[in-house]
Design a protein around this ligand. Structure first.
Ligand SMILES: Nc1ncnc2c1ncn2[C@@H]1O[C@H](COP(=O)(O)OP(=O)(O)OP(=O)(O)O)[C@@H](O)[C@H]1O
Length: 314
């Protein structure tokens, strides 16, 4: 059996959570020091740096190695993409971003202290992830991939000068609500072909299609309540042919997962999924924009090892 590398590796995105990640890291570093836990820390300098650091660290060892993202789902997304081809990687996260759906839906810890104690206990499991190909690029997602208004909101929120102001008054998530309301009146739902394990669904006026590996997306919305991390399947939620008022109902009921009872909120489950949009719309993967209009997704069964608290079957 492979030995465990005693050193824990932390990759901190200093910009995550309006720089709140630094505060989280300092608190955790104090505990690590006071308890003599071996660790190394790296601070990212730009987008893409966490992925490169993860590859560099993992290529220098073949011992089982704990790689921990300190940030939000964007930082975790980079760690997963850097680690996916290294079977000795073990993934964890200290929630310090604005969404933190990975910690909410996969790792299931409620505080940094609890997460740290989980990392030290080293309770692990191997889970599925999604692999996508879009516009000639491939990558992985841990939480979900979406095409439609969700990706357009992500894109605009990240670039909005208002984000800084919402963050300053500690209401960072409100930028997404603000842009959602704006998009309700400007976004044009489009025609999409959705193929799930060979069955083609021609959908009109699609607001968005999300392919989920775990229940949560968008910072706490229970988009796919039935998703399991180890079933070798991905779940697909397609919202189409509904009025703006009904879409608002979807965005309220999704908070507890009640949206699946609404007409034209369709649910599918499959291993290979393709979406083709007729028009021009963005694609997000764990909240990061990865492409446009056409994507092929496949489940990678039991691809990655994560630290995990909770029941064994989700
Ligand atoms: N040093 C850095 N400077 C700027 N951006 C960075 C840096 N390190 C990582 N990033 C990028 O920051 C983005 C946001 O990271 P993350 O999701 O972890 O934080 P967040 O606060 O939850 O952000 P958001 O509210 O945008 O989701 C990611 O796209 C990541 O690649």
């Amino acid at each position: 059996m492979q030995r465990l590398n005693e050193t824990m590796y932390f990759i901190v995105n200093p910009m995550a959570g309006n720089k709140g990640s630094i505060k989280t890291w300092k608190k955790v570093e104090e505990i690590l020091k006071s308890e003599d836990v071996p660790y190394e820390v790296f601070f990212t300098k730009e987008k893409g740096h966490a992925l490169r650091l993860t590859k560099e660290i993992l290529s220098q060892t073949n011992q089982k190695t704990r790689m921990i993202a300190v940030g939000g789902d964007g930082t975790l997304h980079e760690l997963v993409n850097g680690a996916a081809e290294f079977p000795h990687a073990i993934i964890g996260s200290l929630a310090a971003g604005s969404g933190n759906d990975y910690v909410r839906g996969v790792q299931k810890t409620k505080s940094a202290e609890e997460a740290l104690s989980l990392f030290r206990d080293n309770v692990v499991r191997v889970i599925d992830i999604g692999q996508f190909e879009t516009n000639g690029q491939t990558g992985y997602f841990m939480n979900s991939l979406g095409m439609g208004i969700d990706a357009e909101i992500s894109y605009e929120a990240d670039r909005s000068p208002l984000k800084k102001w919402f963050n300053l008054v500690k209401a960072g998530k409100l930028i997404y609500l603000f842009i959602f309301i704006k998009k309700l009146f400007t976004y044009r739902p489009s025609y999409m072909n959705l193929t799930v394990d060979g069955s083609v669904h021609q959908l009109k006026k699609v607001w968005f299609i999300v392919i989920a590996n775990q229940p949560y997306f968008g910072g706490g919305m229970k988009i796919s309540p039935k998703s399991k991390l180890d079933d070798g399947m991905l779940d697909v939620i397609a919202v189409h042919d509904i009025s703006i008022m009904k879409l608002l109902t979807v965005f309220i009921t999704v908070l507890w997962g009640g949206h699946l009872n609404i007409n034209n909120v369709d649910f599918f489950s499959g291993k290979m999924i393709q979406i083709k949009n007729f028009g021009s719309v963005k694609i997000q993967s764990d909240g990061e924009i990865v492409g446009m209009d056409e994507v092929a997704v496949e489940v990678m069964k039991e691809k990655i090892c994560v630290m995990f608290k909770g029941r064994i079957s989700l």
